[in-house]
Design a protein around this ligand. Structure first.
Ligand code: RIB
Ligand code: CA
Length: 311
């Protein structure tokens, strides 16, 4: 375990969150210490139930901390059009075999990070409310956060508004606090995640792996693709798994250091991640922004993870 990257998966499952959990759980380079949940794709009750079911499917027996029911100040947003009424519509999943921790997400993060033998990476694939709340409540533990590897934002564009991506727009104040915190940030924004497309032939390849997880993952991607296909995407953009894949196989990704600010005001641009691409602010970078990837290598990584559940 000593060579593995210790992580806390903070998520709002969510089809792509679920695949991110699979990637982390299957990798010999990652040690998942805990899962924490937040509202986002669906209510926190639903995303927590989904996290329990995904962990059961993946035989992933780790503490699950239920987190923020609502953003710091923003009105709660959900995405049933993308993930369905349950937040994880599509294939049947097992009922939870693992309980929800008695600790809240913030306190589970604190206990996990406090007791870890080395700094812990927070992989954030939903609104950043829990991470912001943890940093606010436990400044004495900030030094033990190795980095926040997050899916969110987009230097070039948004998806929920022209300027803002869903995870950031759902809680801009939380994202602003994290980006200003001084904790190293690895940002998987839409710049790269909309290149992480899973095509029909990739779905067929995953399904042909033939184990019980393969059919669920293929069904998840099929469901997730439907929303995007109707909007002209050639494949399913697997957003959240990029935040984990970049830890497992950084060589698959092109990154650049940028100073990124979160717009919390603005009639048209609230929730935008504004990257200082030409250095005009004079500020030092606060994020490594992933801007491109080896798509085939990413798909191969996903298939290898699914194969760990049986040939
Ligand atoms: O914009 C994509 C993000 O919003 C992903 O994390 C997806 O799960 C949704 O939460
Ligand atoms: Ca998500």
């Amino acid at each position: 375990m000593e060579n593995r990257i210790p992580v806390i998966m903070d998520c709002d499952p969510g089809h792509d969150d679920a695949i991110g959990l699979l990637l982390a759980n299957a990798s010999e380079k990652i040690d998942v210490l805990a899962v924490t949940t937040c509202g986002g794709n669906q209510t926190v009750e639903k995303t927590t139930y989904n996290a329990q079911r995904v962990c059961t499917l993946l035989d992933m027996n780790v503490p699950i901390g239920k987190g923020a029911a609502r953003p710091l100040t923003e009105v709660p947003m959900n995405a049933p059009s993308v993930h369905g009424k349950s937040g994880l519509d599509g294939p049947a999943l097992p009922e939870p075999a693992y309980p929800i921790s008695d600790l809240s997400a913030i306190e589970l993060m604190a206990q996990t990070i406090r007791s870890a033998d080395r700094p812990v990476t927070i992989v954030s694939t939903g609104p950043m409310t829990n991470t912001a709340g943890f940093l606010l409540a436990h400044p004495e533990l900030k030094h033990k956060v190795a980095q926040v590897s997050m899916m969110g934002g987009g230097i070039g564009h948004g998806n929920w508004t022209p300027a803002a991506e869903f995870n950031i727009l759902a809680d801009p104040e939380a994202a602003d606090m994290v980006f200003r915190s001084g904790v190293p940030i690895l940002m998987a924004g839409l710049d790269v995640t909309e290149q992480a497309l899973i095509y029909r032939q990739d779905i067929d390849r995953i399904r042909a792996l033939g184990n019980h997880v393969a059919s669920v993952v293929a069904d998840w991607i099929e469901f997730f693709f439907e929303f995007h296909r109707q909007r002209g995407y050639a494949g399913a953009p697997l957003h959240d798994p990029v935040a984990t894949a970049a830890l497992i196989a950084p060589e698959l990704f092109q990154m650049r250091e940028l100073y990124v600010q979160i717009e919390t005001q603005g009639e048209f641009c609230r929730g935008a991640t504004v990257g200082d691409v030409n250095g005009s602010t004079g500020n030092a970078p606060n994020a490594r922004c992933i801007m491109g990837l080896d798509r085939q290598g990413f798909v191969d990584l996903l298939c290898s993870a699914v194969q760990t559940y049986g040939r």
